[in-house]
Write a protein that binds this ligand. Sequence first.
Ligand code: AMP
Length: 286
Amino acid sequence: MIIARSASELRAATTGPISFVPTMGALHAGHASLIRVAAADGSCVVVSDFVNPSQFGEGEDFEIYPRDLDGDATIAEQAGAHILYAPDVSEIYPPDFSTTIDPGPLAQELCGAHRPGHFAGVATVVVRLFGLVGPRRAIFGRKDYQQLAILQHVTNDLALGIEIVGVPTVRDADGLALSSRNAYLSAAERSLAVTIPRALRHAAEAYAEGQRNGGVLAEIGHNALDGVALEYLELRSTDLGFYDPNLPAVLLVAGHVGTTRLIDNIVLDPTAPERAATQISTKEYA
Ligand code: AMP
């Protein structure tokens, strides 16, 4: 695997169609799962490793966000990456950079309501990275469900011609979704954090038993989340519109455990209650 520190090094190293995995580094098994999906079709796999300042708000964790290029290189290579692209901020945002992508109304809801400008920062960096990397397809985690939906939308709206692929969430044995931010959790906070996937599971069990009342499902989730400072717990349709009891749905949650912000979600789909842990096209979000 080649570590490219600039776009010219990146271009010199790529061959054939590219599958692209954008990340902010601090790689874990969740990222590795995305890289394995990227590598599965034999394409040239580029993983970007860039902590994007424009998606962090004031007072958020940009400065302390974990950075470990050597560790990332090991994980990326083992998972099948060919190139780890780790640019400087000055390459992604040169001094005359002035464009911001506004992904529209969905970017103001859910996480966007609590992190103003976050999804504009995400969309802008991802589209710039698409331009620098030139992928045929790009792989994202369904853990960041709203991000995936927004990026699918942006890719469609701007006719970028890149296939967006969503990959199921990788979890620890106790159910906690893997996240680079889990490193911030103390042992006591780690125990509290696991109530998040448990709450989602409780609601999903009720849904599987036939409960379709959105208020009741949300209450089941809320009741299991004592101690988590919730930002939101919302039931939506899978395209993130209003919940419709007759259609597959997604229950999304965000909250703070101590000072650490965590997000998670679970899809409630009567036709596919146990979605296979394989690549899932995000066409459903389009
Ligand atoms: P990040 O480095 O946190 O910005 O994430 C980079 C990519 O990895 C995004 O597409 C995330 O959705 C994805 N990702 C992060 N955590 C997980 C996880 N536990 N399972 C699957 N994908 C993940």
